[in-house]
Structures are given as structure tokens and as C-alpha cells.
Design a protein around this ligand. Sequence first.
Ligand SMILES: [Zn+2]
Length: 425
Amino acid sequence: MKKPWVRAAVLALSLFVLPLPAEAAKIVVDPGHGGMDSGAVGINGLMEKTVNLDIAQKLRDALVQRGYEVVMTRQSDVYWSLKERVDYTDVQDADLFVSVHANSYSNPNTRGSMVLYYDDASPQESYPASERMKALTPQSRELAQKVLDAFVRKTGLPNQGLTQSAVYVVRMGSIPSILVETAFLSNKTDAALLANSDERTLMAGAIAEGIEAYLPPDELFPDLRGHWAREAVLRLQAQHVVEGTGSHFEPNRMLTRAEWVTLLGRVFDLPAGAAGSCGAPGTVGGAVYGGGCGSGAAGGLSAFRDVNAGHWAFAALEKAVKAGVLEGYPDGTLRPDRPVTRAEAAALLQRLAEAPQAPAGRQPFQDVPAGYWAAQAIAGLQAAGWVDGVTAEQFRPERSITRAEAAALIDRYVQSAPKKPKNQP
Ligand SMILES: [Zn+2]
């Protein structure tokens, strides 16, 4: 199936590499205790809630100066429950949570700094963590380590180490979270430092430095940190092929049909209204897409009862339908917000990408038999090196494709597709 108008717009992509202004990373700063809850009381009479608030405000200022967006839980001497602090954080769409405390211990000689975080390697049965926080263990640990390193280096306080903890605010949230125990109010030397405004400024700056070491203020898509698809996504973002939602990419969310069509529309030239150029029946699977040219090809999106002009991807969907690339279902729906399966994603890409024909009879994956509707598409893309299985033998064609997987697929295509010489039309 060859179509003259199907050309990869790979060269065109490089013409508009305009990095988008990145949104600033957003930090929630939480001064521990407050109001009726004074926290620890120092041997010099200093109340923990007062020290915490001052360091937290100085931390806010240091972060804002570095280019972060900062919100605080309590901003004065008022009481917030632990749950209120986490609930507040959960609706902020923030990147990190940092709680500021001062320590106290029965042994007055104990002094120094520690940073608490939740580690799923040491769960506490009576204090179960949120699923999100369990999964965020590596991120919280790295943030805790970076902040502790910067803190002891800049303040010179003794290093009491990272502390795995199940305190509420580090185990119940939904973003990487730490609790900084700056110094011991129960120790004479530490308490004197905490009573000194310049020292508190130094501590706040040290925490900010640690945060910056973990997450630079202008990092695009902080939720891609350490993610296997990060490089691919950033390459495509620079070419305006992919975009995030706010400051996040949501790499592990399932890709919808509308998102996949939008993505393909940015990589391939789809001429408006290429009448009669619908896909060959069976190529994209009668059972799945309704087979051949649906009524949608002629009538555009108006033929589908589940898409209206208010849909965010309306223009991209209409273009794809009119070009015959996207077809609806026999029941008259287009289901734009339904997740795309790996087989569907492969079939749509193969329609556009002119993947070389796989050698006849070649079935690279055990779970994609020769009779499977998308078998040819999958084999062709695999032969071209554009798709992989989830393992060497398994393709999992019916599994939904994540946004990260889709980006990786497009990135491999864009990087390896034959580029036309620039001087040819
Ligand atoms: Zn405390």
C-alpha cells in the first residue's frame, strides 16, 4: 500500500526547533507544627514551631530567588493537621514537598542534622504509605540525600544521616517528599545555632541548594527524571512533536487515540481531504477499525456521534479521518479518548511510515500469529527496527501503549527514517 502523499515530514521538523519556555518547578514548603502545637521546646526556651516557620520562610525566599515557584502550608503561627498539609500539597500540582523541623532527644549531647523520607524497603505495618509514595521511594531517597549533603556541607553540622521514616507527611503524599531535621533543640550548641538568624538563613540556603541539586528550577518534565524514555521525549519536545500537561509529561499514562493521531499528524503530512485515499480494507483490521473506508472518510467527523467540535483534538482527528488514516467503529463511534493498543498504534504508524515489507511468513513475536489483523504491520515495523516487543518473544498487541512507549516509537522512527535531500520538493 503506497500513497504518494505519505511522506515523513522529518526535515520540516528540524525547521521549527523552538524550545518552549519551561514552567518553573514548584515546591511545597511546610513549616512543622504551629499554633497550639509548639513542637519541641529548646533548652534555651526556643519553640520549634517558631524556628521552623522562620527557616521555612527563608527557604521560600531562597527558592524563589533561584527561579522556583513556591507555596507554603502554614504561613503564620497557626495549627494545621498533618492531613491538611498533605491534602493541601496533593492539589498543588507541585513537584516536591519539603517539611522543615528541628529535633529533640533525651541525650543532650546528641546534635546534628538528618533528613527523613519514606522507604518502601522498610514498611511499617501500622503506618502504611500511599501507593504513590511507595513507588516514589527512589526519588524521595535521592532528594533526601541531596538535601542532607548540601546541608551538612554548608552548615558544618554533624551528619546524622538519612532516616527511613513513616511520619505522616513523608508517607502519605503523591510527590517526592522529605522532612528536614535541621538541628537539635535539646543540644546547647545546636540550640544556639537555631536561635541565630544568620545561621537560620544559612540552613535555608543549604536546603535550597540541595533541592536545586536534585531538581533544577527550570527542568522540563520533572516526572521524567530517571525515566527510560526521557531522552526520546526531550528530543521530540524540542521538535514540538510531543508536549506535556502543564509541567509534567505523564510518561506512564495510557495514550489515547486522539493523542496518537495528534502525534502522527505532527510527524507526517496529512493533506486535507484526500478523498478516496482510505486504507486498504484489512490493513488496520476490520474487527478493530470497521474496515476500509468508513463513512467518516467522506463526511469528516460529523459522521461520528461521539466527537464534537469542542474536543481538544478535533482538528487533528478530522484531518486523519478525511485522509483515511483513522477510521471509526461499526457502531458509529470514533472513541477518541479510548486508550490505543500496541497493535493499533503499530498499524496506524505503518500506514503512514511506509515500513518495508517484512519477509513473507516472518512472525517475530510468539503472541502475534500470522492471522492476527495487525501481524503484517507489526512484522514490518519490527523489521525496520521501529518497534520492539515487551520481551524478545512477546509483543503484547492488545496491551495499551503508554505515552512513553509512543514517544520512543516515534523517536526511533524520526531518527532512523530515510531523510529526503533538502533540495528536492
Ligand atoms: Zn518537629
